[in-house]
Design a protein around this ligand. Structure first.
Ligand SMILES: Nc1nc2c(ncn2[C@@H]2O[C@H](COP(=O)(O)OP(=O)(O)OP(=O)(O)O)[C@@H](O)[C@H]2O)c(=O)[nH]1
Ligand SMILES: [Mg+2]
Ligand SMILES: [Zn+2]
Length: 308
């Protein structure tokens, strides 16, 4: 199979992919649309011509990060180590969206950091921090910065340690400043940025495709993605999220049923731990907030147990 190569998807456009293999780039299409590849995937490509190659196989993934939109499950990225959620003092951001991204990170067991951008817009800063703190679990760090005025010293002090030695996905609503941060981290990137007021009018985001950039730090990559309009979590099952909650982990192994949903089953370790007050109060409050975002009736029962 001389004309078959293995590479990584480094750009994901609406109709095509760019795959990198041995420092060369290949424009590719997906063979069959059913199980499509996403950014970060390692794939097998059948080389056909200069600008028409076919992805014929997706190699096994370390993980995959999804979002749901109108009951459709969309692949956002694969084989990533870290998610940075970007919010900003302006325009207004949705805490429900942030909570949902946190939940998906828990489900896929990917580390999360939150960046609150545009901290130069001082009058909106305290309220924005308060909004994030209301839904953020303690173990997730929040970094405040101003992408527009970010200098090398800020990058060293605030960002290098969270970006080193991993592939990070930047995700957030339109206008939060994802591409502005990319341009500061990778000056050759030239990622398009735009006044948020302009695209709020049209509902369009500035970045229209997902792309991996190599950082000037060894073994470190960052992914810019188009602004998210809807990040729902219809694809997440309760018995998947629970594994991501540090407090749940200690009790889950005592559930009698391997597929326990911790709602109604007898001999459920979680329900028992809640009854015995062995899950910390602040974690219960946090879990409650997040679970409220999952609009599925089965969570009602656990919410009952998690009453104040
Ligand atoms: N005041 C201020 N404006 C900023 C800052 N960072 C970004 N902006 C501005 O915010 C607007 C949106 O920035 P982008 O980087 O295009 O936002 P994005 O998140 O990539 O947006 P999409 O590609 O649509 O998802 C641009 O006009 C930027 O100049 C900042 O730190 N302070
Ligand atoms: Mg952008
Ligand atoms: Zn259980």
């Amino acid at each position: 199979m001389k004309n078959h190569i293995i590479g990584r998807v480094v750009e994901f456009h609406k109709q095509h992919y760019i795959v990198e293999s041995d420092n060369s780039l290949y424009k590719c299409y997906m063979k069959g649309k059913k199980n499509y590849a996403t950014i970060g995937d390692w794939v097998e490509v059948s080389k056909e011509s200069y600008d028409k190659n076919c992805i014929v196989n997706i190699l096994e993934r370390k993980n995959i990060f999804y979002r749901s939109e109108k009951n459709k499950i969309k692949k956002l990225a694969a084989n990533i180590d870290h998610v940075i959620i970007i919010a900003a003092t302006k325009p207004e951001f949705s805490t429900e969206t942030i909570a949902n991204i946190i939940l998906e990170s828990f489900r896929s067991k990917i580390d999360v950091t939150i960046i609150l951008n545009k901290d130069d817009l001082k009058e909106d800063l305290p309220r924005s921090i308060e909004k994030i703190n209301a839904i953020k679990p303690d173990e997730i760090n929040i970094i405040t910065l101003s992408a527009k005025y970010l200098n090398n010293q800020d990058i060293n002090n605030k960002l290098i340690h969270v970006l080193s030695n991993r592939t990070t996905l930047l995700v957030g609503q339109s206008g939060m400043g994802k591409s502005t941060i990319i341009n500061k981290l990778v000056p050759s990137a030239n990622a398009a940025t735009n006044e948020y007021s302009k695209h709020l009018g049209t509902g369009k985001h500035t970045t229209s495709y997902t792309k991996i950039y190599k950082l000037n730090i060894e073994n470190s990559f960052i992914i810019d993605s188009p602004g998210i309009q809807e990040f729902s979590i219809g694809h997440i099952k309760l018995n998947e999220i629970d594994k991501g909650f540090p407090e749940f982990k200690n009790f889950i192994h005592t559930c009698q049923f391997y597929n326990c949903t911790h709602c109604h089953e007898p001999f459920c370790g979680i329900i028992q731990a809640v009854k015995d007050n062995r899950i910390k109060k602040q974690d219960i409050l946090y879990i409650k907030k997040l679970l409220k975002n999952i609009k599925k009736t089965k969570t009602v029962i656990i919410l009952f147990f998690l009453k104040d």
